[in-house]
Design a protein around this ligand. Sequence first.
Ligand code: PMP
Length: 456
Amino acid sequence: MSTAIAPTPAEAVSTPRSASLFERAQQVLPGGCSRNAILRKPHPLYAREASGYLVTDVEGVERIDFANNMTSQIHGHAHPLITEAVSRQLSRGTAFSFGTEIEIEYAEQLVERSRGFERIRFVNSGTEAVMACLKAARAFTGRAKIAKVEGAYHGLYDYAEISQTANPSNWGSSDRPSVNPVAYGTPQGVLDDVVILPFNEPDTALDLLDDYRDSIACVLVDPMPHRAGVIPATPAFIAALRSWTAANGALLVFDEVITFRSAFGGAQDWFDAVPDLTALGKMIGGGFPIGAIAGRADVLEVMNPLAPKLLFPHSGTFSANPVSMAAGLTAMTFFDRASVDGLNELADYARTQLTDAIAAARVEACIAGGGSMLKLHFRASAPRTYREAYESAPRLRAIEVFLNLLLEDGIILINSGAMAFSTPMRRETIDRLTEAVLKALRTMRPDIERLTASGD
Ligand code: PMP
C-alpha cells in the first residue's frame, strides 16, 4: 500500500503572478532559479516586499517568516537601523580599492565576541569561509586530508561537500562511512583526501581518525548540523574531536555559518572546547552577502601577505565591502547578550508550545534544536545521528505537506521543516505559529499514522 500523501489545497492553489514569473524564469535560469532553496511545487513564491517578521508575496499575501532567508535575517526584514546604516554607506560608495575603517571596527567587535577569535578575515559567503578555513588548515599543517561529518552541509567547496547527500543506498557501513561525491565530475583526488566521520559517534570517529593520524589537516564540524536534523553535537563528540586534533597536530574547525546565532559567542559557547578556526556567514551580514574566517592568530598568519613567507594567498574583490560591513556591524551590535538571551527564551517558549501542540494533536512527532532554531520531526523522539535523522521519500513528502499547510495558513518555514526566529518576534507570533502547527498536525493525523505504521 502506498503511503504517499495526496496533494494539499496549497499545491493546487492558484497564484498566477508567481506562476507566470516562474514560467519566465525558466527561459533564462536553469530550473528557474539561482538558488535551489527557493523551489517548491508547483512553483516558487516571489516576494514583493518584507518588513519585520512579515513577507508579502507578489499576489499581496502576507505571511510570518520563520525561514528568515535560511536563518540569516536575525532581525527580520528591513530593520530600520540596518536600512539607515546601509543607506548612509550607499551614498558614500559601495566598494573601493582602499581599506575602510568600518572593516576594522567590525573585526574588532567580532574578535571581542568569542573566546577563540583572535584574528578575523572577511569574505563573501559561507562557502568561501569554509573553503578558506580548510585551505588555511592545510597551509598551517602541511597536510592534505580533511575529515568531515556525514550528511553535514558546508557549502559548495569540493572537499566540504563530500557525502553531504549520503543516503542508505550509498552510505556504507556506519563504522566506515563511504566517501560520496555530490557533483558529477568530482576528481578522485578530492575523494582520496576526505575522511567521513559519523555524527555524534565519538568512538567510531576516533577509530577512523587514527587510521589517518599523520595526514589530517583538520576536522570540520557544525555544532548543530541542519541536514542532520538540527540536533546539537554531544559534548562527548566535540570533546573527542578537540582532544584528538590537539594530540595529533590537526586543527578543529567549526562551521558556525548557521549556529553563530545560538549564543553570544556562537554555539561554541555550549562546549568546553575552543575550535582553532570558525567559519561564519549568514546573520553576520545583517541581510547582505558575507562570510568570515575567525580563529587563532598563529593559524591565520598563513593568510598574512606581510609575513616573510605567505603560505595561503587569499583575496576577493568584494571581501569586506563597506555595505556588508555596515549592515553586519549594525546587526551584530544590536544582537547583544540581552538580545541573544531574549531570542533563545522565545525559542524555548516555542519548543514548549509546539510540544504541547503535538500532544494535543495526538500525532507521533517531536521538536529538536537548540538556541534560536528548532525542527519538527515526524518521530516519537529526536534523532541522535545523521542516519537516524535521514528523511526517506515518504517522510520528505510528509514535510512537504506540512510546509504547504502552514503556507496556506500564513506561515513560512525553512524547506526542511526547520524554523529560525528573529528579534522582532514576540510570544504572540509564536502563538500564531503554534495555532497553525496544531491545525496542520490535526489535518495530517491519518497520514502521520500511516507513515508511523509503515516504518519508513
Ligand atoms: N555552512 C552551513 C552550515 C550552511 O548552512 C551554509 C548555507 N546554507 C553554508 C555553509 C554555505 O553558506 P553560503 O550559502 O553563504 O555559501
